[in-house]
Ligand binder design. Structure first.
Ligand code: GLC
Length: 743
């Protein structure tokens, strides 16, 4: 029996970590702390270093380097966690090596990028956010955790909570879009879904809030590029989703690749210790991003890996992902007094506590259960949820003359490079998802209407080349049909990591294909499949109906067909602004007013000579097959007093012919402040369902603390004065009413 097993059998079996969903990580019971203390005391510096080392297995590659001899690393006790390894049998085998064949038998952690599903793949996170359905988002993460944990995984490197206002940045696909408030709500929903209410449960995993911090502010939208923002903007725009996940009990954080205030995040004591561990009292552990310690050399803040290692662990990093910097240098750094053993022990403690919270010391094999694996992965129930979340994520951008929903009759031409495509549907970061299990749009339509309508197909073009050879066939197929469904967009890996685009038009000759097909005069619906906002002005001007479907996962074909033929009334709203051209970027709804706000009549106001200021589609925008009318916007009082609250009520009526869901959005504006304030800020939303003719009064509550902002001295507080409240179905079409904040 291993050292610690003799020590702890009685302790472990009696202890729960008392975790409550949505609450900060609780301190461990005293006996657990004693157990961990005794284990640390028994460890050599090499074994301690091992607990702070994370290496990749050889199943998947998610970064620029791979190690060959990770199994020898396990046997020598010099690695404490493995990522990109999953499967009950495989993880059990690796775990056995660590538990049975090393001196102390400390169990391994198995981590993986389960970002939007493990085997059952849900919409990419940006798409899922377009559902504005926090319950659905939490449910998707819950299923991802059930499947991942059934295959031996303890830890997912998600949620990615980087606010992103630049669609050139490929990783905009992985987060919750441009808004801090929406991003905060979504981040918490994902943490709750992954971690559940008991980390010792076999179907929950550690979540990992990433990438800390402000990675989405990369200049020019170019991945890994410099971030240069003020601390006021950092705290007001980028940090709230991170802090909210700490309050929700997230177990781990991941550093970002970028520099901030001239220091790479991986070496930033300000971020990792001052803010995360002290100001926010984070009790989990911090892992770096892939070799981001090593990258402090090209960043230019460390002359060599040893110096980078000292910088990282002294700043607050606990675990080194794949860089082998701690592995190669930490014992020497301690011996040379450049890193104190107390610092190492604190990092080791945080990692051992995570393993303890998972129950791994009690049963290291609890997550590697072949039977549970067979019973839990890609079940019918999971597919059904994936289809439902996918449908809810679809945004109807345009529907002139009610071209949609389509009739389940006649001849439907399904055309485009993404029409009969399964591979792209699961998007970037699709974990163990198998694209061959995806339902393409063509197949989804065939299954939906194949008995009542004739479905014809042509590819028309490739996604990203200049060949027009397939145009003629597509035009012929279109001429044989009553309606065209044209599937256009990006390849899955044109977004995600290391996938920034300077031109966010449709790639290749897809627009030319749309223009050729438009000449047939047939009614046409464009279905977009993309990982970022695209500039689609011609489509908006010339195509009567446009659906934004992101990359919806394996159930994409069914979900889109459900919407196309009216079996589901689209209810999604954009979590990110769609610009008219890339020159408008960065463009976002909660911008400042400036001293010369746009005035058509005045040359000397903020504008472009060649494009309007307004986006093509604003934040929060999305249509329905029905219509909604807003009325009776009222406040419980004209004045909001300190320590009081204000109720905002509005009546929403379904004024159309079919049932539908509306995301009622609440925005505020602080008209005068000691710091300039945005023209609008999202402060609440509610997704409601209404039958035709039905109405519902929706009420929001505003408190003074909801109106707080950062001042020049970085104090965070509201200011008395005049405010506007806006309520509507997107950030532009709103009704407004005024109130006074009296403090
Ligand atoms: C990647 C990504 C990060 C991911 C990690 C492990 O470089 O930046 O999001 O979790 O490496 O794959």
């Amino acid at each position: 029996m291993k050292y610690y097993q003799a020590l702890t059998c009685s302790i472990l079996l009696s202890l729960s970590t008392g975790m409550a969903v949505g609450q900060p990580l609780p301190a461990l019971p005293e006996a657990a702390t004693q157990f961990i203390d005794s284990l640390i005391q028994a460890m050599t510096i090499e074994e301690k270093t091992g607990q702070l080392t994370l290496f990749t297995s050889d199943i998947d590659v998610t970064g620029p380097t791979m190690r060959e001899n990770y199994k020898e690393d396990i046997l020598s006790g010099k690695v404490g966690a493995i990522f990109n390894a999953y499967g009950a049998a495989y993880t059990r085998d690796l775990q056995r090596m660590a538990v049975e064949e090393t001196r102390l038998g400390i169990p391994l952690l198995f981590g993986y990028d389960v970002i939007h599903g493990h085997r059952t793949i849900f919409p990419i996170p940006l798409g899922e956010t377009a559902s504005w359905d926090l319950e659905a988002i939490e449910k998707a993460a819950r299923i991802a955790a059930v499947e991942a944990s059934s295959e031996g995984l303890h830890w997912t490197f998600a949620p990615m909570v980087d606010v992103a206002r630049d669609p050139r940045w490929g990783r905009i696909a992985e987060g919750a879009g441009e808004d801090t408030y929406l991003g905060t709500k979504v981040a918490v929903a994902r943490v709750k879904g992954f971690q559940g209410n008991d980390l010792r449960a076999e179907n929950t995993v550690l979540a990992c809030t990433k990438h800390f911090a402000a990675y989405g502010a990369a200049q020019a939208g170019r991945d890994y590029n410099t971030v240069d923002i003020s601390e006021m903007v950092l705290r007001e725009t980028y940090l709230p989703p991170f802090e909210a996940t700490v309050e929700a009990g997230v177990a781990t954080f991941m550093t970002s690749f970028n520099e901030l205030f001239g220091v790479p995040a991986t070496g930033s004591e300000f971020l990792l210790t001052d803010i995360l561990k002290e100001e926010w009292n984070f009790q989990g552990f911090v892992v770096t991003d892939y070799t981001s310690i090593n990258e402090m050399i090209p960043h230019g803040v460390a002359a060599d890996e040893k110096e980078a290692g000292a910088l990282a662990i002294n700043a607050g990093v606990d675990m080194d992902m794949q860089g082998a910097v701690f592995y190669n240098h930490l014992p020497a750094l301690v011996k040379e007094g450049k890193v104190s053993e107390a610092t190492v022990d604190e990092a080791v403690r945080r990692v051992l506590e995570a393993k303890y919270r998972l129950g791994l010391f009690e049963d290291p094999y609890r997550y590697s259960n072949e039977q549970r694996e067979q019973d839990s992965v890609m079940t019918e129930a999971h597919w059904a949820v994936a289809r439902d979340v996918a449908r809810k994520s679809i945004v109807l951008l345009k529907n002139d003359n009610n071209v949609l929903p389509l009739e389940k009759s006649g001849t439907v031409a399904v055309i485009g490079p993404l029409a009969d495509n399964q591979k792209e549907l699961i998007g970037s970061w699709s974990a163990a998802g198998d694209w061959k299990t995806s339902t393409s749009l063509l197949e989804g339509i065939r299954q939906q209407v194949g008995q009542q309508a004739k479905v014809v197909y042509a590819k028309g073009a490739n996604i990203n080349d200049d060949s027009t050879q397939l145009f003629q066939e597509a035009v012929e197929v279109a001429n044989s049909a009553d309606v065209i469904v044209l599937a256009l967009g990006e390849e899955a890996l044109m977004s995600g990591e290391a996938a920034s685009r300077s031109d966010i038009n449709l790639p290749g000759v897809q627009l030319a294909l749309a223009q050729e097909l438009q000449k047939t005069g047939k009614p046409m619906v464009v279905v977009l499949m993309n990982g970022r906002p695209l500039t689609i002005n011609w489509l908006d001007d010339n195509v009567p109906a446009i659906l934004e479907t992101w990359f919806l996962g394996q159930q994409a074909g069914h979900a889109i067909a459900d919407v196309l033929f009216g079996d589901y009334n689209p209810s999604g709203k954009l979590p990110v602004t769609f610009p008219r051209n890339v020159g408008q970027v960065p463009i976002y709804y909660n911008h400042k007013n400036t001293g010369r706000p746009f005035d058509q009549e005045n040359k000397y106001t903020t504008k472009y000579l060649d494009v309007a200021n307004e986006p093509l589609y604003p934040f929060g925008y999305g249509l329905s097959y029905t219509t909604f009318a807003y009325s009776d916007l009222t406040l419980s009082s004209q004045t909001l007093q300190a320590n009081d609250s204000l109720q905002v009520s509005v009546t929403v009526r379904n004024t159309g012919e079919v049932a539908g869901h509306e995301v009622v959005q609440l925005y505020v504006r602080d008209l005068v402040g000691s710091i300039t304030r945005p023209v609008k800020e999202l402060k609440g939303f509610q997704k409601i369902g209404l039958n035709p003719g039905a109405s519902q009064t929706v009420t929001f509550t505003i408190k003074p603390e909801d109106l707080a902002f950062y001042h020049s001295d970085l104090s965070f507080k509201p200011e008395a004065g005049q405010f506007k409240v806006f309520v509507g179905g997107n950030s532009e079409e709103v009704q407004e009413i005024d109130f006074t904040l009296a403090l």
